[in-house]
Design a protein around this ligand. Structure first.
Ligand code: TTP
Ligand code: MG
Length: 392
């Protein structure tokens, strides 16, 4: 057992919609739907008044209009929301350097040991919420717990304008077990459906099944959600600036000089890296290829892309282009690795990614969805499966 941690999770309420309601008195207390393009697009978010009509993020606007014809529909004004987002981040960082921002409106603060400066976790959470309101006129919801899972669950339970503490006590755990599995971080709609088909509806149902079984079915994600269902969560709060690069490498069981195998490997590595980038919310601009030859000589070369991306083929193609420039004559490769640096959090790039990028990125998202469903290790692209035996 590690030391007892104190984690705070703060999430803005109906973020885009609340900002628009703040700025336009005509929108106050009304069902307000932010999203676009207005007739073809999806809902980014809806005010709590609109949620009563069953409207939620990701729903096609056409459907929302049918369910709530009297709603007010407005487009996204990302620049404006990012200005508020920056203020919120700044407030978080006043209390601890251990701040991990997720997306544009939420963050985790590890305030273990901060009592002397700012008071206990409850007091800090109260101060953060208060300061956010003071500086932005926006409400947020705070959750406090001994780990990220419980802190996030707590902030979600009290929404809007909530303040909830969840300790790892038997009473709390019993209560959590009654919640639907979809409350678990990482259980998306696809996973939820699959779990339901296995007869798992609640967090308690999931906790009752041995972790190995869930892992066998869902891969790494399975292990994570099974542990979370049991209240086990050792994930640290990782300050965003500390993520400098995201990469993977592979050592072959025997040394390789077959270019098609190397190419497939780069595809596999790119898939794993881009999945990780998306999970953490980054795009990157610099691709580095590392190659270790059979004589252990190791080289690494990098290219800088024109655009920030998390597209699988953007990364793979860059790595291949580097590989082509390396003299492989009479040499065999023992290890190959790819990493992406020059990272930027995706939400900061919103609206700045030109549409010709989006095809590769959409493909990456689709592959992610399939990976979530079948477990990361079950899905490998193209011919990699056949060559599986050459990797360590
Ligand atoms: P969320 O925090 O998920 O949602 P929210 O702040 O609107 O509402 P809640 O009170 O439940 O926290 O997301 C933050 C913002 O991110 C949201 O206001 C709009 C944007 N967003 C999208 O654009 N698309 C999406 O699918 C989601 C989930 C969010
Ligand atoms: Mg929010």
């Amino acid at each position: 057992m590690g030391k007892l941690r104190k984690i705070i999770h703060v999430d803005m309420d109906a973020f885009f919609a609340q900002i628009e309601q703040r700025d336009n008195p005509l929108y106050k207390n009304k069902p307000l739907i932010v999203g676009g393009p207005l007739n073809r697009g999806v809902v980014s978010t809806a005010s709590y008044e609109a949620r009563k009509y069953g409207i939620h993020s990701g729903m096609p606007i056409s459907k929302a209009r049918r369910q709530c014809p009297r709603g007010i529909y407005i487009p996204v004004n990302m620049e404006k929301y990012l200005r508020e987002s920056a203020k919120i981040r700044k407030i978080f960082s006043r209390f601890t350097p251990l701040v991990e921002i997720i997306g544009c409106d939420e963050g985790f603060l590890d305030v273990t040991g901060c009592e002397k400066l700012f008071g206990d976790a409850l007091e800090i959470a109260r101060k953060v919420k208060g300061k956010i309101y003071e500086d932005t006129n926006l409400t947020s919801s705070a959750g406090i717990g001994p780990n990220k899972f419980l802190a996030k669950l707590a902030s979600n339970m009290g929404k809007p304008n909530g303040f909830t503490v969840l300790d790892n006590t038997p009473i709390v755990i019993e209560k959590i077990k009654l919640l639907p599995v979809s409350y678990i971080w990482g259980v998306g709609r696809v996973t939820e459906k699959e779990l339901k088909s296995m007869g798992i509806d609640t967090i308690g149902d999931l906790a009752d099944i041995p972790t190995e079984l869930i892992e066998a079915r869902f891969g790494e994600l399975g292990k994570l959600i099974s542990n979370l269902a049991n209240g086990i969560d050792n994930r640290e709060v990782i300050p965003n600036h500390e993520v400098k690069s995201i990469g993977r490498e592979i050592t072959y069981r025997r040394d390789i000089d077959d270019f098609s195998i190397l190419k497939s490997t780069l595809l596999l590595l790119s898939q794993k890296i881009t999945r990780n980038m998306r999970l953490k919310g980054y795009r990157g601009k610099i691709v580095t290829l590392k190659v270790r030859f059979s004589d252990f000589k190791t080289i690494s070369r990098r290219v800088t892309l024109k655009q920030y991306t998390y597209g699988i083929f953007d990364i793979q193609k860059s790595a291949i282009s580097i590989l082509k420039n390396i003299d492989l004559e009479r040499k065999k490769i023992r290890l190959i690795g790819v990493s992406v640096s020059g990272l930027k959090e995706s939400f900061l790039l919103e609206g700045l990614i030109p549409s010709d990028r989006s095809r590769d990125e959409s493909l990456t998202e689709a592959i992610d969805t399939i990976s979530n469903k079948f477990g990361e290790n079950k899905l490998t692209l193209a011919q990699i499966i056949e060559k599986d035996d050459i990797f360590d």
